[in-house]
Design a protein around this ligand. Sequence first.
Ligand SMILES: Cc1ncc(COP(=O)(O)O)c(C=O)c1O
Length: 490
Amino acid sequence: MSICWNQYPGRAFLHNQWPRKSMRLSPYSPNPSTHHEMFLSSFSTFSPSLRLPVAVFKCIRSSFKTTLSFSSARACAAMASLSTVSTDKEADQELKYKEQAVSPQPQVAKRLEKFKTTIFTQMSNLAIKHGAINLGQGFPNFDGPDFVKDAAIQAIIAGNNQYARGYGVPVLNAAIAERFRKDSGIEVDPEKEVTITSGCTEAIAATILGLINPGDEVILFAPFYDSYEATLSMAGAKIKSITLCPPDFAVPLDVLNSVVTKETRAILINTPHNPTGKMLTKNELEFIANLSIENDVLVFTDEVYDKLAFAAEHISIASIPGMFERTVTMNSLGKTFSLTGWKIGWAIAPSHLTWGLRQAHAFLTFATSTPMQWAASVALRAPESYYEELRRDYNAKKAILVDGLKEVGFIVYPSSGTYFVVVDHTPFGFPDDISFCEHLIKEVGVVAIPTSVFYLNPEEGKNLVRFTFCKDEGTLKAAVERMKEKLKRK
Ligand SMILES: Cc1ncc(COP(=O)(O)O)c(C=O)c1O
């Protein structure tokens, strides 16, 4: 079995090598089933366009039956899709093979092997199954403001429906530059320093894939938003993680000092911080800034919760002297405007860093939904009163959840920003966060997110779970009532 087969199963097939290669499993094969998967996937690649005579198909099928030990039904089903079916009998036979077919094994490239279905999807699915109240995934159960939705409708009616300019619809680039100037005091060039992406998730991906080389060292603070690790893994980066510990999740400055070296390519920060609600202090940001300048390190900063800062002023690290030149500031519309499904995000960076991230963006998504960009430009011109009201509403929701969780018996850690709060579940006697969350969903009817998934070493998060308060007040009260009634301290 040649390396060529391993890498390019479809091409081997095109070179007419497939029957011979399919019969002989390589002595180098660690796991023959891998070859079966590759073999079958090579057929599925070409099946729509290729046609084999039925006789050949039957002959190959019987060879498979006698020569290989894997499920003949699967092989036949794959082969059947290649054959020219000329009679009803053969059509019936083909249908039978297809019915017998077993689903193919899931396949994933090595760089993503360790990542499972995201915890948010798993918990949201469980919530539906058990009719549980979902205080897990951070999406509001109420709608975004009418003036933004109306702007989207108008943009569609006005015919803004074709591909947008790759790096953004000009009015949105301008609105983002304007908002950034108001919020951070930094003047940026909307054309050269602002890039619109499909949510902050794509801003993170474009930044990492566009600016990080395989083997580059990147520092994260755990717990961290799960896409950081997965995207760094796709980029082949070497991840170093520094753990933020309760009760205040402060940055351990001495540890950071010892970890950042000339080998460090970037530090990825998130403030206000998901999941803890921690906001990096001015002192912590300045410390990071000094280290970055000293060691010529880039800073990628995820600020999607900047408008949900309750206990302190949000500070963009890019505004610290000397930092704009080495910082990519990432943000999105979803949290601030309760429109998480729109996926409009952006990255602000000096043009020499924008170059790299735009190169990646060009081949990830190229452009982002045109009418939603037009509507986002209207959203971002909202008056200050919009943001004040948003914070007032969220403060009321936060009080309901935080007070309720304390009454239930959790150790509740302070949350300064975001719409999350992290608690210690150990008073209820469960060995870890996963078993606690399973009990909470199945027996109590409430969903929380186990935080161990946000650490390189899951042990570090096993006592903590995250609740969100981005739900209407009735839902929050109902969840608290369920927990008061059914959750017993041990
Ligand atoms: C810290 C953080 N960054 C990024 C995102 C993703 O943002 P978007 O939905 O705009 O892709 C989230 C969403 O939960 C988040 O919590």
